[in-house]
Design a protein around this ligand. Structure first.
Ligand SMILES: [Zn+2]
Length: 417
């Protein structure tokens, strides 16, 4: 009898989801003297009011780099998770964010949204180099486990700043082993987006070196899609990452991290008194049925299947306005929406690119993007009417030239022979 009691006790310890986003966020705001989360909400609300464009047809594709942090294990063992496990997580993200039919991410709720946001594993490194394993950066972390406390955590102070890839070009995810297995039940945490455009406030303010999400490797990927023995049920279907990516794009917990008097700033997610655990169908709090299948609750992985229209709107507003988030989208040619309304003449002679810019335009910045959407060069400012750009350092092939004047982006395909 005692034995079975102990089993139940251990089960209770591990069976409760805990997300560290709010705790890490409050520490970060103090350390970097950042505006409050309330300031962020005001900023986001203003942007949502201003932005009247219909975004429903737009697909946003986000390149991902997963820093697999290990302690010397072979790839595929322990914290050094396999490429296949990483792929299974990206599949789950796409199923959930696109509300794909025939997957666990589908729902037919009237409030449910296909967010139009997709994720893909980056194929090229920061210098344009081919990655042996797309989207994976294996990092020797030099320790068995990483603390789960937000205070002076070496994940924040050392690991992230020393391994992050340019957050304007990559969405950074770190998988780690959080201190010990139970580790206060911490499954993962995200860094909220920053706001922009306030006088005197830098867009970078220290946050750029830690931007991304951190997930315990036992919760990264899906048991549905392969044999990954370290994945830990009931958090073994990839929903921890879906939840954290929601935070990374500005979503709040649906109970608002408080009682019935606080909200998650979305009217289509009923107020809830507290987080829900397990999968308590039909649970009523705050005089309405809790949306326990929302990705931003604390329910178990098999229970979750919905982002709402309001959550979608918040995430897209962040993607279009927040520092680093908007850059990620701009860096993807599939997400460039607008036709140019100025005329730029370009032509090739060998590998020399000639660009003629209307004098009225002032200047344009130019960069070269690979055919599958990776930025290959840093931005080069073209100040003259007639400009020549030497592309001899690039191998032959098809490329995209992307121009911007700071507010508009447009592209042209070129062939280097
Ligand atoms: Zn959370």
């Amino acid at each position: 009898m005692i034995f079975s009691f102990l089993l139940v006790f251990e089960g209770n310890l591990i069976a409760q989801r805990n997300c560290g986003t709010m705790a890490f966020d409050s520490v970060r705001r103090v350390e970097y003297s950042l505006p409050s989360l309330e300031d962020f909400e005001n900023w986001l609300n203003e942007k949502m009011t201003q932005d009247t464009r219909l975004k429903s047809d737009q697909v946003y594709r986000i390149p991902v780099i997963v820093h697999v942090v290990h302690n010397g294990e072979n790839p595929g063992e322990g914290a050094n998770i396999s490429y296949e496990q990483v792929v299974s997580q990206i599949q789950v993200l796409n199923e959930d964010f696109r509300r794909m039919q025939g997957t666990r991410g589908y729902n037919d709720d009237a409030a449910g949204a296909d967010t139009g946001i997709e994720f893909y594993l980056a194929e090229y490194g920061p210098d344009g180099e081919d990655l042996g394993e797309p989207g994976i950066d294996r990092v020797y972390g030099g320790r068995d486990s990483w603390p789960s406390s937000p205070l002076r955590n070496p994940i924040e102070t050392v690991l992230k700043p020393s391994t992050i890839w340019d957050p304007n070009r990559y969405f950074n995810i770190w998988t780690v082993n959080f201190g010990g297995f139970v580790s206060r039940n911490l499954l993962g945490y995200a860094q909220f987006p920053d706001m922009s455009g306030l006088d005197g406030l830098s867009d970078t303010n220290g946050s750029a070196s830690t931007d991304g999400v951190v997930i315990g490797y036992q919760y990264f990927g899906s048991s549905d899609k392969g044999d990954f023995p370290d994945l830990y049920a009931p958090f073994d279907l990839g929903r921890t990452t879906t939840h954290e990516v929601g935070h990374w794009l500005g979503l709040r917990h649906i109970w608002g991290d408080g009682d019935c008097s606080v909200d998650d700033y979305c009217n289509d997610t009923p107020n809830a008194a507290e987080p829900n655990y397990g999968c308590p169908e039909g649970k009523i709090s705050c005089n309405s049925i809790d949306m326990i299948n929302n990705y931003l609750d604390y329910t178990d992985d098999p229970c979750m299947n919905i982002f709402t229209n309001c959550q979608k709107e918040r995430m897209l507003t962040v993607l279009e306005n927040s520092p680093r988030r908007k850059e990620l989208v701009v860096n993807n040619i599939n997400a460039i929406p607008e036709e140019p309304d100025i005329t730029i003449h370009i032509y090739m002679s060998g590998k020399l690119l000639h660009v003629e810019i209307p004098p009225s335009q002032g200047y344009l910045s130019l960069e070269i993007i690979s055919i599958d959407g990776r930025r290959l060069t840093t931005r080069e400012k073209l100040l003259n009417t007639y400009n020549t750009v030497d592309l001899n350092y690039l191998p032959s092939g098809i490329y995209i030239v992307a121009f911007t004047d700071g507010t508009r982006y447009f592209t042209q395909k070129i062939i280097l022979k």
